[in-house]
Design a protein around this ligand. Structure first.
Ligand SMILES: [Zn+2]
Length: 254
């Protein structure tokens, strides 16, 4: 079972790191999936998503990872030691510095799969003066169907341990407001975290987010985006036929 998931994680990562997509180059980005028991697989530090193989993923204990996240602060040296301590196999590669963020997403993000990248299109917006604001209203229905109506936003914070706290706080606030987790967490000046129900869900969501971002950017040439009314966006989110379409998208095999 775990082996099957690991194989799918390798495939997802290679798709995510495809050079022609521009979502993650060199050692950028990381992916993860829940394991069978109290563990998850996450990309090893420094590994390249586009060239990933099974040994580029490390199984870590999620309860132990969350115990570290519960600490108010950790020094850089303590973080390195913690990343080693939570490995299920001591001989495995050191997991990504964003492992603690993945632990938070997989524990309270209502998801089983996580993908994080630094797509050029999304960063063009998240690194601008506007930050994540252009994503808070919608411009076409399919982005609502695939990416969701509302999103959590985290202002820039030091990657790694502090980011795990930022993501935890943003997710708890979002769930308090909307009663469920978002499908995307926008990290300003950094990149998106995609929270998926399956490997395909993660790819679909990033693909639509990439398209949406390119359209927002192109809109700037023609006077800026013409936003849908809030009520129209809310209606798409709740339409029964769109719920059916969402379900079908998740069933597709790649
Ligand atoms: Zn990152």
């Amino acid at each position: 079972m775990s082996n099957d998931k690991l194989e799918k994680l390798v495939e997802l990562s290679r798709e995510f790191g495809r050079e022609d997509r521009g979502w993650a180059i060199l050692g950028e980005g990381n992916t993860s999936v829940m394991g069978d028991a109290d563990s998850f697989y996450v990309k090893a530090s420094g590994s390249c998503l586009g060239l990933a193989n099974r040994s580029d993923f490390t199984e870590v204990n999620i309860s132990q990872a969350l115990e570290f996240v519960a600490k108010p602060s950790m020094t850089d040296a303590e973080v390195q030691d913690a990343l080693e301590a939570i490995k299920v196999d001591p001989n495995a590669k050191r997991p990504s510095v964003e492992t603690f963020v993945h632990a938070v997403c997989l524990s309270i993000g209502d998801c089983n799969w996580v993908g994080h990248g630094h797509p050029e299109s999304v960063l063009s917006i998240l690194c601008s003066q506007s930050g994540a604001k252009p994503y808070l209203e919608h411009i076409f229905p399919d982005a609502i169907v695939v990416c969701g109506r509302n999103f959590a936003v985290v202002p820039y914070v030091d990657p790694g341990f502090k980011l795990a706290h930022g993501v935890r706080d943003a997710l708890l606030e979002f769930k308090g407001k909307y009663g469920k987790a978002p499908k995307i967490i926008f990290l300003e000046n950094h990149g998106p975290f995609i929270l998926g129900q399956s490997d395909i869900d993660v790819i679909n969501t990033m693909q639509m987010l990439d398209k949406w971002s390119k359209v927002i950017l192109a809109n700037q040439l023609f006077g800026g985006s013409n936003y849908l009314a809030k009520a129209e966006s809310d209606r798409i989110e709740n339409r029964l036929d769109e719920a059916y379409r969402r379900k079908r998208l998740l069933e597709q095999e790649r």
